[in-house]
Design a protein around this ligand. Structure first.
Ligand SMILES: C=C(O[C@@H]1C=C(C(=O)O)C=C[C@H]1O)C(=O)O
Length: 380
């Protein structure tokens, strides 16, 4: 016969005093959850009413714009400002990001094309920006993301534009030369690379590692130190690398955590990138311009003739109007052998007086100026 020696111990192994205290606290949590659920639904109802008003003031053939990036940025910034902890500002904003995503989906689910395949950092960026209620679809190439948005098959697209260790993604910039799409937002993602293997991998016999060329470059020193004799094979994407090693006993892949989950792989070494602050910036592309949010950036493309003082006359108006440049890139133009195109990002919105004035002057010196978009600075 078994008997319980401790007279205060219960079935769960806790003392009755511990259990009583937990019950009080958990009753408190249940109570709050009930209120939170009710309030979230009240919020969702208001979002539905917003949708009705958006409809009401549009004529039949005018498209209704449900997703408002400037308003969403303001909501998240306000939540972060109000936050007093113990949750940190980013955690709070992440929770509200998902609440807004669900509210927007009630108005109209937003459809988003991203540079795939599934499991890429670009998919991670799309979910970070739009939340998990967005309908995301994977595209095989950056050009396809642009095409899907241009054709109206999806509302928005997400493409990578620059990496803090490897620099700019030229393919994205080149697409802006011919596309009429607008930049509606930016996302920044900390990039952590991981070495992963499959169930069949013989860990002591790895002779090959697959990854995207950029990821291999981001982990060059680590590979030199730990796998100096292993062949490095560049493939189209990190997800492709993850997919390939499923049946190969002598191969490993370098990819993000999402890819390991997606393909059922085991992470052998995490955070193997050479630069600890390795991050990638992504752009949200769409067809509508974004109104001012109060903390915005603008991207422009300027074609200049290759003549003395061209760069000076391009930069001078920014200096004169006290506008901070955040990035400048040069690409050879596709139209004339010796002409250049500058991609410039700066702080401010196209509706700001100082920005308008600076652009007026630049217009006088440039062969062509194209505003790619003003958009809220990344909040998360
Ligand atoms: C409710 C609105 O529509 C969408 C949902 C938002 C929200 O849930 O807060 C914010 C902006 C829009 O993307 C709105 O425009 O205010």
């Amino acid at each position: 016969m078994t008997s319980d020696n401790s007279k205060n111990s219960t079935v769960s192994g806790m003392s009755s005093e511990e259990e009583a205290k937990l019950t009080v606290l958990r009753d408190g949590i249940d109570d709050i959850d009930k209120k939170i659920a009710l309030l979230i639904n009240n919020r969702a109802q208001l979002a539905q009413e917003v949708a009705a008003v958006k409809h009401q003031f549009k004529s039949d053939d005018e498209p209704v714009v449900f997703y408002r990036p400037e308003r969403e940025a303001q909501v998240l910034r306000k939540i972060m400002d109000l936050n007093e902890g113990p949750l940190n500002d980013e955690e709070m904003a992440r929770l509200f990001r998902e609440i807004m995503s669900a509210c927007l989906a009630l108005e109209r689910p937003v459809s988003v094309a991203y540079l795939g395949p599934e499991g890429t950092f670009t998919q991670q960026a799309a979910l970070k920006h739009f939340g998990h209620s967005a309908r995301t679809s994977s595209m095989p190439a950056i050009d396809d993301v642009f095409r899907e948005v241009e054709s109206g098959s999806v509302n928005y697209g997400v493409v990578p534009v620059e990496n803090s260790t490897e620099g700019v993604i030229n393919h994205t910039l080149d697409n802006f030369m011919t596309s009429g799409l607008k930049i509606c937002g930016e996302v920044e993602l900390r990039i952590h690379q991981n070495l992963m293997v499959s169930d069949v991998t013989k860990i002591d016999s790895i002779t090959r590692v697959y990854s995207h060329a950029q990821s291999l470059a981001q982990c060059r020193k680590w590979l030199d130190a730990y796998y100096p004799h292993v062949e490095r094979v560049a493939v189209n994407s990190n997800s492709e690398a993850a997919r390939r090693i499923k049946g190969e006993w002598n191969s490993a892949a370098i990819a993000g955590e999402l890819a390991a989950h997606q393909y059922g792989l085991h992470i052998l070494n995490e955070k193997i990138e050479d630069q600890p602050d390795n991050s990638t910036r992504f752009l949200i592309i769409g067809s509508e311009p974004v109104p001012i949010s109060g903390d915005d950036k603008t991207s422009i493309m300027v074609a200049m003739k290759n003549q003395p003082g061209a760069l000076h006359s391009l930069l001078q108006p920014f200096h004169q109007h006290n506008i901070d440049l955040t990035r400048i890139e040069t690409r050879p133009s596709k139209t004339g052998a010796w002409n250049y195109v500058f991609f410039i990002d700066f702080n401010g919105h196209i509706s700001d007086y100082s920005v308008k004035e600076a652009l007026k002057v630049i217009d006088l010196h440039a062969a062509d100026v194209k505003v790619l978009g003003s958009y809220p600075r990344a909040v998360l």
